[in-house]
Design a protein around this ligand. Structure first.
Ligand code: ZN
Length: 326
């Protein structure tokens, strides 16, 4: 593995973007990607809407892409943003890092931000593992996200059957014990496309804003992160099912609740499932309507266009991050 510092790739860590998000009352989008088209769409959508962005990969997405590709893709992302005409701040982030070794490898190969997720361990072990990563990361000016509380759902290798809400009384000692830069909390969001199984007409349970507010009061000005914050648009599910897919009745986090969260101490909102759904719906439609098509550009190209639209919509109408970079 070739050693490279993120500043050589034109990336930034999350400090300045979170400070702006906190001061101006918006949330920085953190979009997951697994391939070139997704990354191109995320950068194009964010540069066109004037939004800072965190591009993130899980450990398994990093394996899928291939570790040597990532620094080059990140550098190309910076160039693409310049080409579009606006140099937006871009952070490359490890989503759900599960060991010090993985976090270190990422830091050494050009990531500007890492998450260490030891939330399924005991409180003491979570502090110990997080602090070890923070100590190494801060030597390289890399920012660290940790997690307290457990989200339900499935996303890549992260699996949990039930969620455990974050205990506000633990937050202060966790931050003091670790020196972490941002904290993912559990207030009712969940991973994956099947967040809530609802009967027709039923609303998903509201997020626990009381827990968020209590945490805000205990650690004012500290950046909070929301995982599992896709909205799972019914029109995407309907399109997937119309063109041969089979996805059950499902629902995500209503946009109104995400707007409220973005205006609070929540500085980073993770979006993965919605991007997958937008691409899959488009690809299914095209292949179903053009059964003789076999050129990947003919379905991946329109899927990329659809993802650009989704990113611009989220930045503008949900997270409030559009127009923050001028
Ligand atoms: Zn997550």
């Amino acid at each position: 593995m070739k050693k490279v510092h993120y500043s050589e790739l034109g990336l930034v860590n999350t400090n300045a973007m979170f400070a702006a998000a906190m001061k101006e009352g918006f949330a920085v989008p953190a979009y997951n990607f697994n391939n070139m088209e997704q990354l191109q769409a995320i950068i194009t959508g964010c540069a066109k809407s004037g939004s800072p962005v965190i591009i993130q990969v899980s450990g398994s997405a990093r394996k899928y892409i291939g570790e040597p590709f990532l620094p080059h893709m990140a550098a190309a992302a910076v160039d693409l943003s310049k080409e579009i005409g606006l140099q937006i701040p871009i952070a490359l982030h490890l989503d759900h890092g599960n060991s010090f070794e993985l976090a270190k490898e990422c830091i050494d190969s050009g990531f500007s931000s890492v998450m260490i997720d030891a939330s399924h361990h005991s409180f003491e072990e979570n502090i110990e593992m997080t602090k070890q990563v923070v100590d190494y990361a801060h030597q390289h000016d890399v920012t660290v996200e940790a997690e307290l509380g457990v989200l339900a759902g499935i996303e890549d290798e992260v699996v949990a059957e039930k969620s455990t809400y974050t205990k506000p009384e633990e937050v202060k000692s966790f931050l003091e014990g670790t020196g972490v830069d941002s904290l993912a909390i559990s207030i009712g969001t969940s991973h994956g496309a099947f967040k809530f199984k609802l009967e027709p007409g039923q609303e998903p349970p509201p997020l626990r804003f009381d827990i968020l507010e209590e945490i805000e009061q205990l650690v004012p000005g500290f950046p909070i992160v929301l995982h599992g914050a896709s909205s799972v648009p019914p029109e995407d599910i309907a399109k997937i099912n119309k063109y041969g897919g089979q996805m059950d009745n499902t629902a995500g986090i209503p946009e109104e609740q995400l707007r409220r969260a973005a205006a609070s101490a929540v500085c980073k909102v993770n979006i993965d499932s919605d991007g997958r759904l937008a691409m899959t719906a488009t690809i299914r439609e095209i292949l179903s309507e053009n059964p003789s098509e076999f050129d990947p550009r003919k379905y991946l190209g329109p899927a990329r266009e659809e993802l650009i639209k989704m990113v611009m919509y989220k930045n503008t109408h949900v997270l409030g991050s559009a127009g923050r970079v001028k």
